[in-house]
Design a protein around this ligand. Structure first.
Ligand code: ZN
Ligand code: ZN
Ligand code: ZN
Length: 382
């Protein structure tokens, strides 16, 4: 995520700001050109003021009225929802103020997810545009049922347990699962990774064989693999091959976990670059913890080695700062060479190059269409 500035007064702004504290203008995020606009009312719409965009007319996404979205739509486009919220299929009952507060946290995480997906120019289809388009259902637990909503993905539909937005509940689940990290943003990035596996790997021609060469054979029975994971615990020495213990449960989960980490890393590196961060420890004679975050982390030319090197330096520095504040590590993970190779596959996939490296000659019609996808129905996301 980058820093923004107010087009009317140059005040530094953040992604989710809705009002400039210096000049008082209303603000909206315009995703097509990745900018915050300063706005003045113009009849039923808003007109943008200040440099570059002055005079354009905009309306807010309909979810602006619930204070969960500051994204803009060109006035007169006929769209009701922004590029992020047009994927919502079901939101909680908003007559309940608690639901409204939890949903707001969910939307903050979801909008950040979409920021990165758009920056990476990844394909996005709604349920109207594609049979297996990406959709979100935010579901509150039924107080009259012992059954809890499970977060998971199935055929493009991401179900999100609203209860996870409650910090106490999420922390309780994190402890119960023995996880070092559990956040709403992590859930969104993980679950959408399953969808991109369908879109970019399963339906991606050569990418499927290339993916199997890196992540292993995904035709392994998914339900049995998860049962085994929960019954026996993580694989021995999982740290050598997987980014998390849960990633070792099945190649699909490995992919989704690695995908989520790729999004964590590029977002955080962009923050560092936007702040002009450079890390040069005087004691680091080998340059291992040294980086200038001056590269375009979304650029096609940027290599996974540059990303991994920058990430090693910055994550070590940030972990040390968290320890100085008595907090747990910002990034409580280790990227082994095998995991960096997997991140390299995701990097190539995102930039449309997966499959090129192996140059496998797989005919498109020999790729199985939907191998056991239903099994992923009610997983607990890591
Ligand atoms: Zn301003
Ligand atoms: Zn919106
Ligand atoms: Zn998963």
């Amino acid at each position: 995520m980058k820093l923004f500035s107010c087009p009317a007064c140059d005040q530094v702004l953040f992604f989710n700001n809705t009002r400039c504290e210096r000049c008082g203008h209303a603000l909206g995020y315009e995703p097509r050109q990745n900018r915050l606009l300063a706005l003045e009312p113009a009849g039923d719409a808003w007109v943008s003021v200040g440099y570059k965009s002055a005079g354009d007319h905009w309306v807010y996404c309909d979810n602006h009225r619930y204070n969960v979205c500051n994204w803009l739509i060109p006035a007169g486009s006929g769209e009701k929802y922004c590029l992020a919220d047009r994927h919502n299929m079901m939101v909680p009952d908003l007559s309940n103020p608690r639901n409204q507060a939890l949903w707001a946290k969910m939307e903050a995480a979801k909008h950040r997810l979409f920021y990165t997906l758009l920056r990476l120019k990844l394909p996005l289809y709604t349920r109207d545009e594609h049979r297996e388009g990406l959709g979100f259902k935010f579901l509150a637990d039924d107080p009259n049922s012992p059954k809890k909503v499970m977060t998971g993905h199935e055929d493009g539909v991401v179900t999100v347990a609203l209860a996870e937005a409650d910090d106490l509940e999420r922390e309780t689940r994190r402890n119960a699962m023995g996880e070092p990290y559990r956040t709403l943003l992590g859930h969104f990035r993980h679950e959408v990774g399953h969808w991109y596996w369908d879109i970019l790997v399963r339906d991606g021609g050569d990418a499927l064989e290339a993916c199997r060469a890196v992540f292993g054979d995904d035709t392994e029975d998914y339900g049995e693999a998860l049962k085994r994971h929960y019954a026996n615990g993580p694989k021995a020495n999982w740290q050598e091959e997987f980014v998390s213990a849960y990633a070792g449960s099945h190649p699909w989960e490995d992919f989704a976990e690695t995908w989520a980490h790729y999004l964590h890393i590029v977002d955080t590196l962009e923050v560092g670059g936007s702040f002009g961060m450079t890390i040069h420890p005087r004691l680091d004679r080998d340059g291992i913890l040294t980086t200038d975050l001056d590269f375009d982390v979304y650029g096609e030319e940027t290599t996974i080695e540059e990303i991994a090197d920058g990430w090693l330096a910055i994550s070590q520095a940030l972990n040390s700062m968290n320890r100085a504040m008595g907090l747990s590590d910002l990034y409580p993970f280790v990227l082994s060479p095998a995991v960096i190779r997997k991140l390299g596959f995701i990097h190539d996939l995102v930039h449309g190059r997966a499959g090129d490296r192996l140059a496998l000659d797989v005919a498109a019609d020999s790729v199985p269409a939907s191998a056991g996808m239903l099994a992923r129905q009610s997983e607990e996301a890591a």
